[in-house]
Design a protein around this ligand. Structure first.
Ligand SMILES: Nc1ncnc2c1ncn2[C@@H]1O[C@H](COP(=O)(O)OP(=O)(O)O)[C@@H](O)[C@H]1O
Ligand code: SF4
Ligand SMILES: [Mg+2]
Length: 316
């Protein structure tokens, strides 16, 4: 039998951003733009065939920076779930269906601390109180299926914060929830961020959701960062044509209800068919011939505001 040829594709390329202690960075982009791959790369949770190159520097309180890709698996396991925690879109797939939720949170405590089972259980109940689960001591004995979707997401958040991480990565944490519950979870994350000084990488395909929680916003398109800046820069002076298109697609109070929302014409290119130049070129109304040839660099258009489009932002 002939061997099946394999091909390496870049799901994410030339990605660079930083996150200060206690800051919330919103990572936004359409489905398939590489947001989850980015977060899983930080957590070292990508499948074994994936290759990550570059540096991921993490500075623990009072220590020098550690380059995460160079840590032994053991060192990474110690950080994961204690200093860096993650929550996902669908809590049901991350929770064990046959284990009481209190025990699942307590397990996260025991994995990182030398504490008795009784103390771990108490910390689990305290964490459930932190995420505003009513009657936490009793609900800790529930199994996941006895809780609503919103409550299950609160359990995931309790599990993530129980060891007081410095960094919380939240990958579409509200996407599976209905709008009212979504707003409650966003409020809760904002509260925990303030209470514990958590830095957060908040990921969503929804710019309106990101705008509610983020200090700075990073916009991804087709595996690369196309714009990065303070929330105000991104919303008031978007510098990349894709971000401008996204903003037109977000309804606001002034949007005329009778008028259909503007969408960006075209679709995201497939990974195996990325254009050699700017990935947005096939959909871009500002393109010039050079765009199809050269992968554009990120350029600083104003202090701390970067965009991967030299054309729209050239001084001339
Ligand atoms: N395990 C995998 N193997 C191969 N390709 C993958 C894998 N996971 C994701 N991809 C591809 O990587 C790209 C980015 O995916 P992802 O990070 O999940 O996007 P997002 O979270 O922004 O929706 C997509 O084209 C997706 O098909
Ligand atoms: S580099 Fe060219 S194609 Fe890409 S966003 Fe800018 S103008 Fe459009
Ligand atoms: Mg994703």
């Amino acid at each position: 039998m002939a061997a099946v040829p394999t091909q390496t594709l870049s799901a994410v390329r030339d990605l660079s951003f930083s996150l200060a202690p206690g800051e919330v960075l919103g990572l936004v982009g359409e489905s398939g733009s590489g947001k989850s791959i980015t977060s899983l790369a930080i957590m070292r949770l990508l499948p074994p065939q994936a290759r990550v190159s570059g540096e991921i520097l993490f500075t623990q309180n009072g220590a020098g920076p550690q380059n995460l890709p160079t840590l032994e698996d053991d060192g990474m396991r110690q950080l994961r779930g204690s200093r860096i925690a993650m929550i996902f879109q669908e809590p049901m797939t991350a929770l064990n269906p046959v284990m009481r939720v209190g025990n699942q949170i307590a397990e996260a405590v025991v994995a990182h601390n030398a504490v008795s089972k009784r103390d771990a259980w108490q910390r689990a109940v305290d964490a459930m109180n932190d995420v505003a689960i009513p009657d936490a001591a009793r609900r800790a004995r529930d199994y996941p299926h006895q809780l609503s979707g919103g409550m299950r997401q609160r359990i995931m958040i309790a599990m993530a914060i129980v060891n007081r991480p410095q960094l919380l990565i939240a990958d579409e944490p509200t996407t599976a929830l209905d709008v009212t519950i979504q707003a409650q979870i966003l409020d809760l994350l904002a509260e925990l961020h303030a209470k514990f000084g958590l830095a957060m990488l908040f990921i969503s395909h929804d710019l309106a959701v990101v705008s509610r929680v983020a200090d700075r916003v990073a916009v991804m398109y087709s595996g690369s960062l196309v714009e990065l800046g303070a929330k105000r820069d991104i919303f008031q002076a978007p510098a990349h044509p894709y971000t401008r298109g996204l903003l037109h697609a977000v309804p606001d109070l002034k949007t005329d209800r009778g008028r259909p929302l503007q969408t960006i014409e075209g679709t995201v290119p497939a990974l195996h068919a990325l254009p050699p130049g700017c990935s947005f070129e096939p959909r871009c109304e500002f393109r010039i011939p050079q765009c199809a040839r050269e992968f554009p660099p990120l350029v600083e258009v104003s202090a701390g505001h970067w965009a991967r489009c030299p054309v729209v932002n050239s001084p001339g």
